[in-house]
Structure formats: structure tokens, C-alpha cells
Design a protein around this ligand. Structure first.
Ligand SMILES: NC(=O)c1ccc[n+]([C@@H]2O[C@H](COP(=O)([O-])OP(=O)(O)OC[C@H]3O[C@@H](n4cnc5c(N)ncnc54)[C@H](OP(=O)(O)O)[C@@H]3O)[C@@H](O)[C@H]2O)c1
Length: 238
């Protein structure tokens, strides 16, 4: 049985992904802060889900990760999916602090540890849910887009590092556009995917060992477009 840890599997994309892996007979290590949601997932798939309840902004990430890996009996894939983002009409330090604690500090600690674990194992696969928002700065949630750019850039670095080390360690950066969860706040959303469709495309992209997955696939176009828009146009929408 293959083993996956999904950091942030209590709701939304992470939960749908955990269900998909469980249904495909993987052993899933599911994490998050909300104990009741982890318990309900475990009750739904008693033979396929093991849980570990922790907050990625606290001090015990690595201890919890080691504990969960031991309970699973090894690890083939880790998906860092925990994320936070709030629109900040005014530049709010509390929002920026929470955003970077989860999307940058929690992410890098867990992914750094896991990459080195896979180096020792000689193989493995790491995926992380960043965002299309990371392709360009924006005024509505500056810390969110910057944190997601950090994630994508770091994942690309790890992809290159694995190549240089000549190790079969796969690295997948997942860039969703809009997915129908409580995180998709605000108005003017388009091409909104259901969580199930998003999870299916992520599952397939990881299975195919893609370096980058756009969710849904047509968000590739937006990612490319925003990158090349000159500032005199981008400043009207960004
Ligand atoms: N929905 C979209 O349109 C969209 C678009 C682009 C990217 N994304 C990214 O997709 C990922 C999943 O988001 P979602 O849309 O599925 O929203 P969600 O339902 O709010 O899921 C967020 C997940 O992150 C976990 N999390 C948040 N803070 C945490 C913390 N301090 N410690 C541990 N886990 C924490 C939550 O678990 P607990 O609350 O139980 O801790 C939950 O499982 C995020 O990284 C998000 O940035 C979403």
C-alpha cells in the first residue's frame, strides 16, 4: 500500500484529495487543526486513514511528521496543502503574519524536512498547493500572492536540486485558479472548479509526475497571460 501525507486535509481541496487517495487504496496520513473533521474522515475510511492533529504555525511540525510517518510505516508522497489568505483592503499586519506563518514558514519547514527524508530514502514525491495568484503581485491580498510565489519558486528549486542529485524525487507545484471552497472569497470569480474536479486533476497530475499542474487546466492561459501583461495594463486589474 502506498503512503501519502496530506498537510491540511480537513476541508476543501485537501479533504477531497484525501478521499480520492483513500478510495484508490492508498494509506493516507491526514492532518489539520480541526480534530472533529479529521475524526470524521478516519471514520469514513477506517482502513485507509490515519490522522495527526497539529497547527503548522506551532513548534512541533517535525515531531508530528515523524510520528505520522512512523504510524504509516513509511512515506511515498507528501502534499503540503495548508493555506491561508484574506483580502486586506488596508495592509493588515495580523493577516500578513498569519499568511506567511502558514504559507511560507510552515510550508518550508515541512517540505525541507520531507525532501531531506526522501534524499535519505533515495526516492519520493513532494507536491504543494500554491496558486495562480503567485504569478504576479496584487493589491487585494499582497501577502497571499507573495507567499504563493515563494512556494512555487521553492518547489522549482527542489525540482532542480533533485535533478542535480540524480535522485528519483519528484516535485509537483499545484497552481489552482478558483476552486469552490470557503477560501475563494470576494467577487468576480470565473472558471470556478468544484473541489472534486480540482482533486481529480491534482491526483492525475501527481500520478503523471508533472512538474507543474494548473487547476483547472485552462488556468495555464491566465498564468501565462498575467506574466506578460505590461504594468500599464496590469495595474488596472492587479
Ligand atoms: N479555493 C481556491 O480558490 C484556491 C485557489 C488557489 C489556491 N488555493 C490553495 O489551496 C489550498 C487549500 O485551500 P482550500 O481552498 O481547500 O481551503 P480550505 O478548505 O480553507 O482548506 C485549507 C486547509 O488548510 C488547513 N490549515 C489552515 N491553517 C492551518 C494551520 N495553521 N495549520 C494546519 N493546517 C492549516 C485547514 O485545516 P484546519 O483549519 O483544520 O487547520 C484546511 O485543511 C490552500 O493552500 C489555498 O491557498 C485555493
Amino acid at each position: 500500500m502506498k503512503k501519502v501525507i496530506i498537510i491540511g486535509a480537513t476541508s476543501g481541496i485537501g479533504r477531497a484529495l484525501a478521499i480520492l487517495y483513500a478510495k484508490n487504496n492508498w494509506l493516507v496520513g491526514a492532518t489539520g487543526r480541526r480534530r472533529t473533521l479529521l475524526d470524521s474522515l478516519q471514520h469514513e475510511f477506517p482502513n485507509n486513514v490515519i490522522t495527526e492533529c497539529f497547527d503548522v504555525t506551532k513548534e512541533d511540525n517535525i515531531e508530528c511528521l515523524k510520528n505520522l510517518t512512523q504510524q504509516l510505516g513509511g512515506l511515498d508522497l507528501l502534499v503540503y496543502n495548508s493555506g491561508y489568505g484574506e483580502p486586506s483592503a488596508e495592509l493588515d499586519w495580523e493577516i500578513d503574519k498569519d499568511t506567511t506563518s502558514i504559507n511560507v514558514n510552515g510550508f518550508i519547514e515541512i517540505v525541507n524536512f520531507t525532501f531531506n527524508y526522501f534524499v535519505l530514502e533515495g526516492k519520493g514525491h513532494i507536491a504543494a498547493t500554491s496558486s495562480i495568484a503567485g504569478n504576479r503581485g496584487n493589491s487585494f491580498a499582497p501577502a497571499y500572492s507573495a507567499s504563493k510565489a515563494f512556494m512555487s519558486n521553492y518547489m522549482e528549486g527542489l525540482y532542480l536540486k533533485a535533478q542535480r542529485l540524480k535522485l528519483p524525487i519528484d516535485v509537483t507545484d499545484i497552481q489552482p485558479g478558483f476552486v469552490k471552497t470557503k477560501m475563494a472569497k470576494g467577487e468576480g470569480h470565473f472558471w470556478v472548479a468544484t473541489v472534486d474536479k480540482a482533486a481529480r486533476q491534482i491526483y492525475s497530475g501527481i500520478k503523471n509526475k508533472k512538474h507543474r499542474v494548473y487547476v483547472t487546466k485552462r488556468w495555464w492561459l491566465i498564468a501565462k497571460l498575467v506574466k506578460i501583461l505590461p504594468m500599464f495594463i496590469y495595474k488596472k486589474i492587479g
